[in-house]
Design a protein around this ligand. Structure first.
Ligand code: URA
Length: 200
C-alpha cells in the first residue's frame, strides 16, 4: 500500500465515486483545521452552506460549535473538524449505511494522519460510524471510551441543540468533561496552564 499523506487523502476524496453522493455535490467537504491538533471533532455530513463553501461546519450548527469550543477557551483553528461523509446527502438526510461505509476509508485515513489523542463524536451518525451501530447518543453522550489509546466522547450534534435547546445543559456538561480530559492529558498547555497553588 502506498504511504499515506495529506496530498493522497485530498486526491482520494476529490476523485471518490464510491457512493452515489458524489454525483450531486457542489463541493466535497474533506474537513479542515489544525492537522497537528490533539483534538478531532467528527460530525455527520455537510449541509447546504458546507456544500457551497467546501468547508465543514460553517452554517448555523457550525457557528454554535465555534461558540461551544470558545466556552472552553478553544479557538476553532486549534482543532481539526470533519464529517463522517464528505459529500452532502440530498436534503440533508442522514447518510445511508452504504454511504457511511464507503466514506470510512477517508475518515480512517484522516484519523491516521492527524493522530488525535481525543475525538469528540458529534451526534448519532458519528457515534454509530465510529463505535458501532449498537450505540445510542441519548444513552451514551458524555461517556468516555478508550480505543487504541485514543479517548472518544459522544455528545449531541449542534443541530440537535438548535432544534431542542433543553439539550444544551447536557452539552455544556460534556464540554466541561472534554476540557477536564484535555487538562488531565496535559493537552493545550498554553490554554489550560495549571497554576501552582500559592504558598500559604
Ligand atoms: N452538520 C454536520 O454534521 N457537519 C457539517 O459540516 C455541518 C452540519
Amino acid at each position: 500500500m502506498s504511504e499515506i499523506s495529506w496530498d493522497l487523502f485530498h486526491e482520494q476524496v476529490s476523485a471518490c465515486t464510491m457512493c452515489p453522493l458524489h454525483a450531486t455535490v457542489t463541493n466535497k467537504v474533506p474537513g479542515q483545521g489544525d492537522i497537528h491538533s490533539p483534538l478531532m471533532l467528527i460530525g455527520e455530513g455537510p449541509g447546504q452552506r458546507e456544500d457551497e463553501e467546501g468547508i465543514a461546519f460553517v452554517g448555523a450548527a457550525g457557528q454554535l460549535l465555534t461558540k461551544m469550543l470558545s466556552a472552553i477557551y478553544l479557538p476553532r483553528d486549534r482543532v481539526y473538524i470533519c464529517n463522517v461523509v464528505k459529500c452532502r446527502p440530498p436534503n440533508n438526510r442522514v447518510p445511508t449505511e452504504e454511504e457511511m461505509q464507503a466514506c470510512m476509508l477517508h475518515l480512517r485515513m484522516q484519523v491516521a494522519l492527524v493522530r488525535p489523542k481525543v475525538i469528540v463524536l458529534l451526534g448519532s451518525t458519528a457515534l454509530k460510524a465510529t463505535l458501532g451501530p449498537n450505540h445510542y447518543i441519548t444513552h451514551e453522550r458524555g461517556r468516555w471510551y478508550e480505543r487504541k489509546g485514543v479517548w472518544m466522547m459522544p455528545t449531541y450534534h449542534p443541530s440537535a441543540l438548535l432544534r431542542d435547546p433543553e439539550k444544551k445543559r447536557d452539552a455544556w456538561a460534556d464540554m466541561q468533561s472534554l476540557r477536564d480530559r484535555l487538562m488531565d492529558l496535559s493537552l493545550y498547555p498554553d490554554i489550560y496552564q495549571q497554576t501552582s497553588s500559592p504558598d500559604i
